[in-house]
Design a protein around this ligand. Structure first.
Ligand code: OFO
Length: 172
């Protein structure tokens, strides 16, 4: 068995720890999206369920991007501890309200991480984070679009059916 040796690296322990915290956040996001997808599936909101299942997968790929980056630069990416997530929701609107809140929280966390990297002149990690910054802008925009549908279409009558259909188109 190969001995693990610690080589010199530019990644600081603090940055490694912050990146590992971001891994946890992405893992929890993935679990949260999965729980919301499953709730929608059971309630017959098929398009929203598809949208959210897909998003759960995407969050997992974000987590893996971080895992590979940390290991590539000489750190140790840790499998995150996923705390239990909410499984029951009151309405479809509450789901998408929660999606937007979650995305805003993730954006803030990525910004804090980028700010930290700049402050210690870790331009490599700062550069790596640019992909996440762009991704968050898009994800927040889609979440806002989804929520707007509830006001534009209205939830009465066939409203929720139509909202579900339109949410399906947002993922295309
Ligand atoms: Fe990980 O992209 Fe949003 O949260």
């Amino acid at each position: 068995m190969k001995k693990i040796i610690t080589l010199k690296r530019s990644l600081t322990e603090e940055t490694e720890s912050l990146l590992n915290q971001q891994i946890t956040m992405e893992g929890i996001s993935s679990a949260h999206y999965l729980a919301m997808a499953s709730w929608c599936d059971r309630k017959g909101y098929d398009h929203s369920a598809k949208f959210l299942y897909h998003h759960s997968e995407e969050e997992r790929t974000h987590m893996l991007k971080l895992v590979h980056y940390i290991n590539d630069v000489g750190g140790h990416a840790l499998q995150p501890k996923i705390t239990p997530v909410k499984q029951q929701f009151n309405t479809l609107r509450a789901i998408f309200d929660s999606v937007l809140t979650q995305e805003i929280n993730v954006t803030k966390s990525i910004y804090d991480l980028a700010d930290h990297c700049l402050s210690i002149k870790d331009f490599g990690t700062f550069n790596f984070l640019q992909w996440f910054i762009t991704e968050q802008r898009e994800e927040e925009m889609i979440a806002r679009r989804a929520l707007e549908l509830f006001d534009i279409i209205g939830e009465e009558g066939m409203g929720l059916y139509m909202i579900d259909q339109e949410i399906g188109k947002l993922a295309e």
